[in-house]
Design a protein around this ligand. Structure first.
Ligand code: ADP
Ligand code: MG
Ligand code: MG
Length: 890
């Protein structure tokens, strides 16, 4: 027979799944001998059974009855007894804390008869009116304002603001009024049977698991929807018995900064929920030392006991009843990212935890938050609207509505925010030029969001209440507010908030630390420094960066990158170089094509020399040209219009016409699955060999200049070993030629990306021809799931997230079961065929904490991510390694 009810003395802190966080910790405190009012906990399992079937599981009533009888015995009082009643609270408490999301009812057991037994005085009637109010609101859905208004009215009649001025007769009258409100909404009298009150409150707590706000909160916090809540029945203690009573909340350290000290609020003569409700002004906890010294001392003792026991920051709820202290709740407290780092290292210094454990007390997500500049939290700036917090940071600039303007204005020294309905690859230059990006459409995996995160650039996306009018170059906000091009706006990528005007920003000391300005007098910087060092000595995974320019490469190096895992070459064909690509495509003869390629060669060579220099001594993986050609060509509609206009005016337009024909010819329904990557290299003669030559010549030049370039040539989108073999043999010929010509030996590796399921499944064959694999997990995710990242976002991702088909987008966190399985297969079979095969990953997942842990487990050699994510990946790689070594995490 399943056991559904546990006495507080029967549980412990590790039973959160079953008893919820509150119940497990009440049990833990009970067993530590701390003063906890006796009680018992109904399990989450009972809740799940109730929610599944709509009724209590068999046996639950009996168990509750038995535990209640034992509680009555212990307290020497019976629930709702007219001669001195036992009262209880019925409190929700799920595995993960969901503050304020679910329900609690206090003072269960009060009735017309037992209120007299409680004392028939001010306190008794105050408790009774609270019960009717809370029970009415949470159990029977009576609108809470009605009770609040009635209380206000009464205070008004008594000409007071303070409910302490109401006397017993007033409150007795208020109980009458409350009962009337209750009856008019429910059609029933307020229940006078204590057992009936208890049962109804328990059901209400079960049901509150599925309240709208609880559902919403779980979705945001990624808490599984099927856990259910436990219910705690706890004998009441009273903070509302007079001036020697009260209630409070406290933290064992400052949850904002981590600083040690006494942090809390206390409210004299009040019951629990008053503190948070802000009904009366609380006093700082320190004052309790003057109000009730012995309770204060005891509380300080208990707080240090709890910290030593949980080895972490705790938060607590307590009540003092006539000078006697009672503990009502504790848990390991939530804290800001900064406090997490500071507290973790403090605890090491205090000998409570070791550095491995400290690493588990922080996360890459928190580190990322700490690296972004932020707005002054106190800002009074006018809010224009809100979108999704796609890429954190705080950006201020003049609104511009196209990339061209963004680039032009930023060249002349202006700071700009690029405002678009949505962005596409053509906006890249504008995005690079802008301080931040704001879009009115698209979600967290939209082009704007993904690219911005990759660049470490602030982005708010999908701000639907804002109307972006790119034609008239303005932005319409609710309330008729118009932002014209050039008006200053501020966007907060951590909250999604958009402001009018310039909100002051403060730089992050942690970002400055990674840039090399180490200020070890700052507690936070010191903590970050210490944990980063420990992560670096612990981790097995290497961390490289995705970088396409010498500047990015240099930054990546400052941030601790051990090489470049992905140097994309496509941007080297954009801008002024577009014309070369156009000519390449239009070329009629081999001679013409060769001429164009010869023109591109020195440009590419210079690109690589700069990057090799910035990464001297470290590996640089250069990916040969990957995207479909049409991305470099003019827009088909624009071009058609141009041709038609020229025709109508009888102007010369031969070149445009040829270009249009070429664009038509290259037009693909599914460009992502079309002529790109290695296919392009095999179809356009000379393209890849030109790139290989540029790499080889750059390497030779660096070696001659005394440098140490470590080139790795990477072939994209390979699906069959034959593709790789063909490209590889051409590449080797070029490498040998360049070696001959320059007299310099170039040791470049040749390898491939694994980004198609076929490549993963034939990895054993492919490894025969590849010296390294780099998993392109963005494409591998697209091709494994069969959906295109650019299209699914709008079409169905939000519905999938809502329905819980994904907990999180597979583009954000690697899908271990599907895509991850392919990675595992390819890694194993690749290594079997070639034991010294180097394995890395260069998709966005390389900087995602959860995915980094997976790549560690699979045994890859390194992850590669955007420069800004490098510290995050280093930290998470350290955590993954020490986790694997068996350190216990919370
Ligand atoms: P939440 O999870 O929202 O904090 P709680 O179940 O902790 O809800 O209870 C709400 C308030 O009532 C808290 O301030 C708590 O301390 C107080 N409270 C709960 N049970 C009791 C009790 N048995 N005696 C006195 N106060 C209580
Ligand atoms: Mg609480
Ligand atoms: Mg790819």
């Amino acid at each position: 027979m399943t056991k559904f009810v546990y006495d507080f003395a029967e549980g412990n802190k590790d039973l959160k799944d079953l008893l919820g966080g509150k119940g497990a910790n009440l049990a833990e405190m009970t067993n530590l001998g701390l003063p906890v009012p006796p009680g018992f906990t109904i399990t989450t399992e009972a809740c799940r059974a109730y929610l599944d079937t709509g009724s209590e599981p068999p046996g639950l009533q009996r168990e509750i009855g038995e535990h209640l009888a034992a509680l009555e015995e212990k307290m020497g009082k019976r629930l709702g007894d007219p001669d001195g009643p036992l009262l209880v609270s019925v409190r929700s408490g799920a595995k993960f804390s969901m503050p304020g999301m679910m329900d609690t009812v206090l003072n269960i057991g009060l009735t017309d008869a037992s209120v007299v037994g409680l004392g028939d005085d001010r306190f008794a009637w105050d408790s009774y009116r609270r019960l009717i109010q809370m029970f009415g609101k949470t159990v029977r859905g009576v609108p809470g304002e009605e009770f609040e208004h009635a209380l206000e009215d009464l205070k008004h009649v008594r000409s007071t603001e303070n409910d302490l001025d109401l006397d017993a007769a007033d409150l007795r009258k208020l109980v009458g009024t409350f009962k009337g409100i209750y009856k008019s909404h429910t059609g029933e009298d307020f229940p006078q049977d204590p057992r009936e009150q208890l049962a109804a409150a328990i059901h209400a707590v079960f049901d509150s698991w599925n309240s709208e706000r609880a559902i919403l909160y779980r979705r945001q916090e990624r808490i599984p929807a099927d856990l259910g809540t436990a219910v705690n029945i706890c004998s009441m203690v009273f903070g509302n018995l007079g001036s020697d009573s009260g209630t409070g909340v406290a933290f064992t350290r400052d949850p904002g900064s981590g600083v040690r000290g006494v942090y809390g609020d206390y409210l004299v003569n009040a019951q629990g929920e008053d503190v948070v409700a802000g009904i009366r002004n609380t006093v700082p906890l320190q004052e309790l030392a003057h109000i009730d010294k012995s309770s204060y001392d005891e509380l300080m003792d208990i707080m240090s006991t709890l910290e030593r026991h949980y080895r972490d920051l705790c938060d607590i709820e307590f009540t003092i009843e006539r000078g006697k202290l009672w503990m009502l709740q504790t848990r390991v407290g939530k804290r800001t990212a900064a406090a997490a780092f500071v507290i973790a290292t403090q605890l090491v210094d205090e000998g409570m935890i070791d550095l491995d454990e400290a690493l588990h007390r922080v996360s890459g997500g928190q580190l990322a938050q700490l690296m972004f500049p932020r707005f002054d939290a106190e800002t009074k700036a006018e809010k224009l609207g809100r979108g999704m917090n796609a890429s954190p940071g705080a950006a201020v600039g003049k609104a511009v509505f196209d990339s061209y303007t963004a680039v032009k204005w930023s060249r002349s020294g202006e700071k700009v925010i690029l405002v678009r309905r949505e962005t596409n690859p053509d906006d890249l230059n504008g995005m690079i030029a802008a301080e931040g990006i704001l879009t009115s459409r698209g979600g967290k995996t939209s082009h704007a969001a993904v690219v911005a995160r990759g660049m470490g650039k602030t982005c708010v996306c999908g701000a639907e209440e804002l109307d972006v009018d790119t034609k008239r170059r303005r932005l319409l906000a609710p309330g008729g507010i118009v932002i014209e091009e050039g008006d200053v706006i501020s966007i907060d990528g951590s909250t999604g908030q958009v402001y009018r005007g310039s909100v002051p920003v403060v730089p992050s000391p942690v970002a400055e630390y990674f840039e090399g300005h180490t200020d070890l007098s700052d507690d936070l910087v010191r903590a970050v420094d210490r944990l980063m060092r420990h992560a670096d000595t612990t981790r097995r995974l290497g961390v490289r960066a995705n970088a396409d320019t010498p500047e990015d490469a240099a930054r990546a190096r400052r941030y601790g990158a051990q090489g470049i895992g992905l140097c994309r070459t496509e941007h080297m064909f954009l801008g002024d170089r577009r014309q070369h690509v156009e000519r390449l495509i239009l070329a009629d003869s081999d001679a013409e094509r060769e001429e164009v390629l010869a023109g591109l060669l020195p440009l590419q060579r210079e690109d690589f020399i700069g990057i090799f220099e910035a990464m001297d001594g470290l590996p640089v993986t250069v990916r040969l040209l990957d995207p479909p050609l049409h991305e470099f060509l003019p827009d088909i509609t624009e071009l058609s219009v141009r041709v038609a206009l020229a025709e109508a005016r009888g102007e010369k337009h031969e070149n445009d016409l040829r270009l249009l024909q070429a664009v038509h010819k290259l037009h693909e329904q599914n460009p992502m699955l079309g002529l790109r990557g290695v296919r392009l290299g095999l179809v356009i003669p000379g393209l890849f060999t030109m790139q290989v030559r540029a790499i080889a010549e750059a390497a030779a030049a660096r070696i001659s200049a005394g440098g140490d370039p470590r080139a790795e040539i990477m072939i994209p989108l390979v699906g069959a070993v034959q593709e790789l073999e063909a490209v590889r043999s051409d590449a080797e010929t070029v490498l040998a030629q360049v070696a001959d010509e320059t007299g310099v030996v170039i040791n470049a590796l040749i390898g491939t990306m694994i980004e198609l399921p076929r490549a993963a499944l034939t990895a054993g064959q492919i490894a025969e021809a590849a010296q390294f694999f780099s998993f392109g997990t963005n494409d591998l995710t697209q091709t494994t799931w069969g959906f295109s990242r650019d299209d699914v976002e709008a079409a169905f991702f939000s519905a999938y997230l809502e329905k819980g088909i994904f907990g999180v987008s597979p583009f954000e966190t690697l899908d271990r079961d599907g895509v991850g399985r392919l990675v595992r297969i390819a890694a194993e079979e690749g290594r079997k065929a070639r034991p010294d095969l180097k394995l890395g990953v260069c998709g966005e997942h390389g900087g995602d904490p959860d995915s980094v842990h997976f790549f560690h487990e699979v045994g890859l050699d390194y992850v590669s991510c955007s420069p800004f994510r490098v510290p995050v990946a280093r930290l998470e790689a350290g955590r993954a390694a020490s986790e694997a070594a068996g350190s216990d995490s919370r």
